[in-house]
Design a protein around this ligand. Sequence first.
Ligand SMILES: [Zn+2]
Length: 223
Amino acid sequence: MRIVVLLGAPGAGKGTQAHVLARHLALPRIATGDLFRTAVREGTALGAEARTYMYRGELVPDGITVRMLLERLAAPDAARGAILDGFPRTRSQAEALDAALDERSVRVEAALLIDVPVVDLFSRLSGRWLCAAAGHPYHETADPPRVAGVCDVDGSPLVQRDDDRPDVVRARLDGQLGALGEVVDHYRAAGLLWTVDGRLSIAGVSAALLDAIEPAPWWRRTS
Ligand SMILES: [Zn+2]
């Protein structure tokens, strides 16, 4: 069973690469947010338990999250393994995952870190603007409109979501980078960490990630 953990800060492109890896490796992508939503929707016992915490605005305990993850890994489509996207998020979650997998004589095969310098993360996340009329997306530096502050498509003004405001982005990065660093250290100490330069193109990052875990680069044969 191949359990591959994908790690990256907000803005590192982790979600995009998780989909690419899942397709190339023919493994399901498992994101904890989806696990919660599915378990609550399907009314499983664990979903009900998780919901009591979510209703109170509390974090779902790691033990419940890990049990949900194990339930998901027991599904037929995950028989060969899975790409974990967004979990573990903290050192204690990483340790809980190791312990739970160990009981099943499984271990994480690799942890892949998409590494992007903080200054680049900040500019990626805080430069996003949307048009007021239809939500057409722009980026200050990567994809600016022809006329500053105006949508190319419909001429409506560009606005910034609260989540994309520089002060909010800064606080979010500060809050998450510490925990990410601990998870990275956990897998580095276990000898399972592979670091990929997240400043490469999307295709470049995908190739580097696949290089890290696929000893025989079959995807190159056709190119
Ligand atoms: Zn527009």
